[in-house]
Design a protein around this ligand. Sequence first.
Ligand SMILES: Cc1cc2nc3c(=O)[nH]c(=O)nc-3n(C[C@H](O)[C@H](O)[C@H](O)COP(=O)(O)O)c2cc1C
Length: 246
Amino acid sequence: MATKMDFDSFLAVVRSRRSCRAFKPDPIPEGYVEKIIETARWAMSGANGQPWEFIIVKDQAMKDRIAELFIGNRERVYNIERTRVEDLRMPAYRDRPDTRPALQTAPVVIVIVGDRRTVQASVLYSNFVFGEGGPGAVYQKNMANATHLLQLGAAALGLGAQWCSVNSSWEDSLKRLLDVPEELQIPTLIPVGYPDGKPAPPFRRKLKEVLHYGKYDRSRYRSGEEIFEFIKELRRRTREAYARGI
Ligand SMILES: Cc1cc2nc3c(=O)[nH]c(=O)nc-3n(C[C@H](O)[C@H](O)[C@H](O)COP(=O)(O)O)c2cc1C
């Protein structure tokens, strides 16, 4: 059973985890990647469906080809993102990104593979009729749980990791490249390695801003204007996190 001492160490790991977007080329010690994946294996999933599998990629030629697909997508994202008001644009896309992606420079890329069919383990009414964000939402939540735990596992070993989202414009090409069967998905890629430089300062809303006791305190409900201002402030405060690339 966990003790308070465990909680303090646990929180320290949780708080130390930062998205890392610049890596040293130094290799990761033998067995570390497997330890990280072992963490993810223990994630919660609706009805214990466990949709996840993982591919470890270390080969530089393969990482180069993955990065090529990523760069093609990055260009498409930039072309859309630049249509936004500059203050609201994702900081990584204020200017055309031209850095070598972490997918290419990190010593290891963990490919997260998901099997959507496992959602059939969950109750039919909630997952296919109503509830929980609509059909497929449980699968997405399950995958996110495993991906987050994996990131915490990396942090506990003193490693940095990025959460690199894959969207449908390059997922099929990626699946062909990695010989992933058609029925499966690749929602995310995780470059892992030792951080090159200090991570950007963390930013989280304060505990008192997100916490309600007993029932929702409507006096703290944020208007659309306040959300707009929040995102502007968020952009300002998180710009540094993307300064070294995406
Ligand atoms: C669903 C999801 C998608 C994300 N996609 C990306 C991504 O494509 N690229 C990236 O660099 N970070 C991505 N992130 C990481 C977030 O940007 C990051 O967690 C957030 O800015 C907070 O910063 P921190 O991780 O350093 O605490 C993603 C995170 C989540 C949960």
